[in-house]
Every structure is written in C-alpha cells, then in structure tokens.
Ligand binder design. Structure first.
Ligand code: AMP
Length: 426
C-alpha cells in the first residue's frame, strides 16, 4: 500500500513560487557582502559536537536542549550545526587563516538546525546568512559590520525595523555585573521561572533575556551593564556609537541585549522588527574576542552577526516589498506542425546558447493552447513557427503585452532578439 511521508516537524519545503524570492534575498545579501569586500566561506552542515559544546556555552538553550546530536557508525559524536560562527572559526584556525596577519572578512549562507518547539518564525531547520570580521578589535570594525547589516535590511526595502546596540563588557567588568544581577534577581527568586532560577547561579545575564512574563517584568528594573563597564569597554562603546552617528545610522541603546551564547563580549546588537510578533529579532550579533584562541588559534579579536531568511521573507511579504522580477521565459516558441517542431528544437537550443531564456510546448498541443501557455508563463514574446513561414525562412514574433507582431528573417533572428532583450520594443 502507498505510504505518504510528510516533511519533518519544524521543517518546510521551499516551493517554486517562493524559491525565486529566496534567490532574490540571497543575491542582495551576496551583493552587499561583495560591496563590503567579504568573501564566502562554506563549511559542512555537521561538525564534531564538541565544537559547539565547548564554545556556545553549557547554559545556552542550544546546548541545554536544542542540539541535533547523533553518533555515526564508528561511534563519533556529531551535531548538525546550530549556528555558523563556531564552524567558521574552526575552519579559520584549521586552515591557518589566523596566521595570515590580515584582517579576514568572511560570510556564509546555509541551513542551521535547532531542536526547538516549532512556531511561527521558529523552525528546526532554518536558513541563516552571517558575517564574520576577524582580526580587529577597533570599534571601526564594529561599525563596519553593523553598517553592513543595516545596509542589507535597507536594500531589501524594510522600513519597520530598529537597530539596538549594547555592550556586554569583558572578562574584567562582566563578573562584577554578574554578582550584581545575582543579588538583584535573588530578591525575586520565588517569582522567577524554573529556568531562570537555575541560570541565576550559572549565567545570570540570561535572565535579562527570558520571555516569561513575570521574569520579564523583574528584568525591566535590573541593574544595567552600562553602569559596570570598565574604562576600555566604555570608550570602545562610545566610539562605536560615534561611528554609527557619523554614518547616519539610527540606533537605540538597549542594555538588555545580552545574546544567548557564551562567547560574546563588548559590542552586542540586534535588528528587530515590530511586524512579526514574538519572534521579533531579524538578526543578531556581537564581538567575540576570545573564541579564536579558545579553538586553538592565534589570539585574534572578531565581530560578526547572523540572521534568518525566514523572518526576513515574512516581513517582506507583510510589508508588500518587491522580490524583483518574477521569473518568466523571454521567448515562448510556438511550433505548428512536425517540421516546425523540429526547427523549434534547433532554434531553442541556439537561443539558450545565446543566453536567451526559452520555453516551448513539449506535448505539441494546438496553436491556441500554446498561446495560452505563453500567456500563463508570462513570456515576453511568443515566437510562432509554421511550415509556411519555414518555407519562406521567416518566423513571427509577437509581443505578449500588446499583441503587436513582426515577421523576422530566420537568418537575422538571434541578432534581432539579442539586441531587444530585455528592452525589446515592437
Ligand atoms: P541566533 O543565532 O539565535 O542569535 O539567531 C540569529 C537569527 O537567526 C535570529 O535573529 C533569527 O532571524 C534567526 N533564527 C534563530 N533561530 C531560529 C529558528 N529556530 N527559526 C528561524 N529563524 C531563527
């Protein structure tokens, strides 16, 4: 008996009516990355599980409950990557890019996996784009990375977004702040959720990030990290703000941004939207100055961010933004009769060889049906080939938008079409 198998929970198919929208957004991202001189890096979608366990942090949601871990046939423990930074740094160190002495500007694209409760804007397989700038602690590089993020969001046409920035301090100032938080949240222990009660001991900053209503209310009046920054972190944060202002990039300081992963320090930022409800973070990032050394590389500072395509697309749909031209063939070949059909095969190959997109009727239906297909597919032109016209070595080119027709010599056809694409006016 036939068995229907469904897509795994928390995952989805990208169907043709959506895939061109993905391509559009991906292309815009690549173009922006190019403009800022970032190069692509591609790493495997699974890694040694220890890579994430060691770097992301034991008390992070990812490690506590969300990692897709599996053992292979030789007993090795791997994980489907839950995020992109640790793999990029692993590759960076493994391939000795840390020895180049240069600043490395890298970007990545691809699926990430988190075993989370699926809901709108939250999937178990989702697609991220990410940027990593490795080798500089200068606030200039923070501004560079943040400005790239904003440029990307702007280029897509989004209006309803907000850049929020913070500094989460460093090894010098962060422990002092943690003590203050422990003391503060300790006073409300009975009103905190179970997760927060546990994290109060292990990672109190995480309490600032809890979505639980009661915890949220308590967090609102918690001490601010900004009052605990040491001289260096404070100066760096002031410069980041100054550089953003110079670039006329609007931001708000939100001292409650802490980022969920352990390896962050100093600058942290998010771009959030009001269009999406609960899952309002479009992208998030920050500085991670110790991660490269922790993974066996040279002592190099770095900053980066990652964002998810799903939420971007959802906002773009909601704000009715353009995804560029809907893909359509430039020419629809309409062949009438056997000879014409054979000629269409040859002509189709030749047009495609000349970078002109072509579609034709494989089932060899009637003229009416073929014209209907040309219309349905939104072709720019239909090119009608009949036996009679073949005898005269001509074809008829019809502009679908206004129905105007022109007879063209086959000899000049490619040239004729090429010079008109895409702005062919009959
Ligand atoms: P994070 O790595 O958790 O800071 O996430 C960075 C960005 O990835 C978020 O701002 C979202 O846009 C996206 N993202 C994270 N987790 C998910 C998920 N489970 N489903 C869809 N998008 C996600």
């Amino acid at each position: 008996m036939a068995e229907r198998i469904s897509v795994p929970r928390g995952t989805y198919d990208i169907l043709p009516d959506i895939s061109y929208k993905w391509q559009y957004v991906i292309n815009v991202f690549r173009k922006i990355a190019d403009l800022y001189s970032f190069s692509e890096i591609v790493t495997p979608i699974f890694e040694n599980a220890r890579l994430f366990e060691r770097t992301v942090g034991e008390t992070s949601d990812i490690i506590e409950k969300e990692m897709y871990k599996f053992t292979d046939k030789k007993g090795r423990v791997f994980a489907l990557r839950p995020e992109g930074t640790a793999p990029v740094v692993r590759s960076f160190v493994e391939n000795n890019l840390d020895r180049s002495g240069n600043i490395n500007k890298l970007y990545y694209l691809g699926p990430m996996f988190r075993y989370d409760r699926p809901q709108k804007g939250r999937y178990r397989q989702f697609y991220q784009y990410g940027i990593e700038l490795i080798g500089s602690d200068h606030p200039y590089s923070d501004a560079e990375v943040i400005s790239l993020a904003v440029a990307f969001i702007q280029k897509l046409g989004l209006k309803n977004y907000r850049l929020e920035i913070n500094s989460i301090g460093c090894v010098n100032c962060s422990p002092l702040y943690d003590e203050q938080l422990k003391e503060y949240f300790g006073r409300y222990e009975q009103d905190l959720c179970g997760d927060c009660r546990r994290r109060m001991i292990t990672n109190p900053k995480r309490l600032l990030d809890c979505k639980n209503e009661s915890c949220r209310r308590i967090a609102e009046t918690a001490p601010s990290i900004l009052d605990f920054l040491d001289e260096e972190c404070r100066t760096a944060f002031e410069l980041v703000k100054e550089y953003l202002e110079i670039m006329k990039i609007k931001f708000v300081v939100n001292p409650r941004i802490i980022r969920g992963l352990d390896y962050y320090n100093k600058t942290a930022f998010e771009i959030v939207t009001d269009s999406l409800g609960a899952q309002n973070a479009l992208l998030g990032g920050g500085r991670y100055n110790t991660l490269i050394k922790e993974l066996g590389g040279n002592d190099l500072p770095a900053i980066g961010f990652a964002g998810g395509f799903e939420r971007l697309l959802a906002v773009m749909e909601k704000e009715n933004l353009s995804f560029g031209k809907i893909p359509a063939p430039f020419i629809y070949l309409v062949a009438l009769g056997d000879n014409a059909a054979k000629f269409a095969l040859k002509l189709g190959a030749e047009l495609r060889y000349n970078d002109i997109s072509v579609e034709f009727d494989i089932e060899k239906t009637s003229l009416k049906a073929q014209m209907k297909s040309a219309d349905r597919l939104n072709a720019d032109y239909s090119l009608i080939i009949g036996d009679e016209e073949l005898a005269k070595q001509t074809v008829t080119l019809k502009k679908m938008a206004n129905g105007s027709q022109q007879v063209v010599d086959i000899e000049n056809l490619i040239c004729f079409i090429k010079t008109r694409q895409p702005a062919c006016q009959l």
